[in-house]
Ligand binder design. Sequence first.
Ligand SMILES: *Cc1c(COP(=O)(O)O)cnc(C)c1O
Length: 393
Amino acid sequence: MDVLHSGRWSLSGTSNGKKLYELRFAEAFAEYNGVAYCTPTVNGSTALTIAMRALGIGHGDEVLVPGLTWVACPASVIECGAMPILVDLDPDTLCMSADMARRMITERTKAMMIVHFNCALADLDAFVALSEETGIPLIEDCSQAHGAMWKGRRVGSFGKIGAFSLHNSKVLTAGEGGAAITDDAVLHEKMQQLRANGRRYRASPRPGRVELEWASDVLGWNGCLSEFQAAILLDRLGHLDQENEKREMNAGYLHKRMADIGDVRPLLRHPNVDRLTYFRFCMKFDLNRFGGAKIGQLRAALEAELDVPVLLAGGPLNESPLYDPLKALQLPKADRQRLSAMRFELPVAGEARHHWLALPHNVLMGPEKDIDDIADAVSKLKGVNWASLPADL
Ligand SMILES: *Cc1c(COP(=O)(O)O)cnc(C)c1O
């Protein structure tokens, strides 16, 4: 209501003498993550794009991207005119494998975009070491890991830039939204201008005047978060730790129940992980021990039992109908051969969809009884003669 009646719905509106919610959220989110700066954006894709543009990534450059992630990751690389290089996963975390990343580095590699995926963290020690050794900057996509911690530090603070989506599906959201965090003042300055048409905040705003001044160090576009979204996010941020703790507690209980059931296991929790964010709770089924079931059968049965959406882990990007880089306008013809997603081998990413199922984060917000329902449903799957049922149940 404060925003509604303020007459100021955007950071590029005229100043009313009050501190913007966008700035307040930026300061709060930077502090929460233990970094110096935050640039809120209209969505997570824009956070990734301004991160790469600020790092000077463009035509001819290559960016490492995990072979299994949301299509926004490679699409934002192409949006910058650069080339996504798809890297296979660590089978225990379904995050980008640091060993595989090392093998895919060439003289053109300008960034490694790691994604903390589902409810696991990429091996940050290995990636930070690889980045230091090669001088290739790390971008952490934390769109599925708001608030997670590795060795006592928040994710997003290990790379040069941490990017977040604040979309409806995420654990911190204003419907749409995003943020890019960094400790680097120069990168921050560029990112601010990139998402505000080359403008930045005035040192001392004057009521009645536009609060942004023209800087034009970079060619920007409009990727700003609105005041309504910023106000919602500022409030929601205050609940994030408590909600993450609740999900983590319920997930811990579900792990325990799964261990008792047997033949179904979660993603690896690396010993350096202090706090996990359960964007999705993942389960890997030993299908032989589940009567030779097809994963689609288990998914359909679990959905019927629980009446919540149960997700497949998703196919590798080079088989995704949403990811056809040859449809991109931005890249010159000469690159088309190298661009084809099919040239990448992604055996681990390719296997994931046949063995993993995932539950959305909201199922972990209820009482313990909900977790018992899930575990009981999983347990029921063991006694079924799947061979007698249609494979596409
Ligand atoms: C959601 C998501 C994005 C994209 O965010 P938008 O806000 O939809 O642009 C990028 N990366 C990952 C890993 C995501 O989960």
